[in-house]
Design a binder for this molecule. Structure first.
Ligand SMILES: Cc1cc2nc3c(=O)[nH]c(=O)nc-3n(C[C@H](O)[C@H](O)[C@H](O)COP(=O)(O)OP(=O)(O)OC[C@H]3O[C@@H](n4cnc5c(N)ncnc54)[C@H](O)[C@@H]3O)c2cc1C
Length: 289
């Protein structure tokens, strides 16, 4: 992975298991020295150019739904796997459906032990939510600077309401920086990713929808130009002209919305914080859960 020879993708979500991930039904059955996998994943980013997928699969169907799940490493390029990319409304390819029909992987390619995949998945999601603690404040600060340049370009830099909104963005990024320090300090001391990663994820993703709202407000009708630039995130600082183009901001505006969904939606993060940090009553669970 480090050398970039193998590209990996994440096989968690299923058609009926997104926020309620523990409802997943993809199953793996042990046959001799192999696991045989059947089921379907969806929204799998980058599967169309990946070599491997880590799959959450049910290995004990009798166990309660958060147990009996294993975290398997599965080669994608094999006869039992079909990867079907689908095109987004922006015209780009990013997501896939991944179908497993008797796909196979070696018996020892299980992370964290058989039937212990839920713990591994939670830990990995915590890292995914907090991984940008160090870099986000830098990237978002650069974005605010581009926003200031955009306001000047459109002659809005003396507009008191726009100035107030830009100042709000600047102060939010400063708070993000201190949140990031708090997370990194915990991790450097050896703490496992905890609910503080939900605060970080909720904070930056909701912020990003607001800052891109502002960019489009500054651009007026130019902001309605269809998104034309392909990158998943547009944080370039070396090319301010391109980064300030309406196409770039309108693409970033769309991408910002997805930030409130992947790695657990904003509502899911609020549930985690309500239950694990504030100690509010748990959401009603189904009998199976
Ligand atoms: C850009 C992007 C990349 C992604 N990449 C991957 C990937 O590589 N691999 C992968 O496995 N998945 C991936 N996903 C899928 C992502 O993890 C799911 O979309 C997400 O977990 C939400 O699940 P869902 O889409 O099924 O929505 P649902 O779970 O059906 O949710 C629908 C709505 O109901 C709300 N909701 C659901 N439950 C509750 C509740 N208990 N309380 C309050 N509100 C609730 C949600 O917040 C949401 O607004 C990606 C998604 C995006 C947007």
């Amino acid at each position: 992975m480090l050398s970039g020879e193998d590209t990996w993708c994440q096989g968690y979500s299923e058609p009926d298991a997104g926020s309620d991930l523990a409802s997943l039904t993809t199953r793996a059955t042990r046959e001799g020295e192999e696991w045989v996998i059947d089921g379907q994943k969806v929204w799998t980013s980058g599967a169309h150019h990946s070599d491997w997928i880590f799959v959450l699969a049910r290995t004990d169907r009798e166990a309660p739904k958060h147990r009996g799940i294993s975290f398997l490493l599965v080669p994608l390029r094999q006869p039992g796997v079909e990867v079907r990319p689908f095109r987004m409304m922006s015209g780009q390819l990013h997501f896939n459906e991944v179908f497993f029909d008797g796909a196979r992987t070696r018996a020892d390619l299980v992370v964290g032990g058989v039937d212990n995949g839920w713990t591994v998945a939670q830990s990995l999601l915590g890292v995914e939510r907090g991984e940008e603690a160090a870099t986000n404040p830098i990237l978002f600060r650069a974005e605010v600077e581009r926003l200031v340049a955009l306001a000047r370009q459109y002659g809005k830099d003396q507009d008191p309401v726009i100035r107030q909104r830009i100042a709000w963005c600047w102060s939010k990024v400063e708070i993000m920086r201190f949140l990031g320090y708090r997370i990194l300090t915990g991790w450097l001391k050896g703490a496992e990713p905890g609910p503080e990663t939900s605060i970080a994820k909720l904070y930056w993703s909701e912020y990003h929808t607001k800052v891109t709202d502002l960019a489009l407000d500054i651009m007026g009708l130019h902001g309605q130009v269809p998104a034309g630039r392909p990158p998943l995130r547009t944080y370039r600082t070396d090319d301010p002209g391109a980064a300030n183009s309406s196409a770039s901001w309108s693409t970033t505006y769309l991408i910002a919305r997805s930030g409130t969904i992947y790695a657990g939606t904003s509502q899911v993060q609020r549930n985690i914080l309500a239950e694990k940090v504030l100690g509010l009553p748990r959401e009603p669970r189904t009998q199976a859960g």
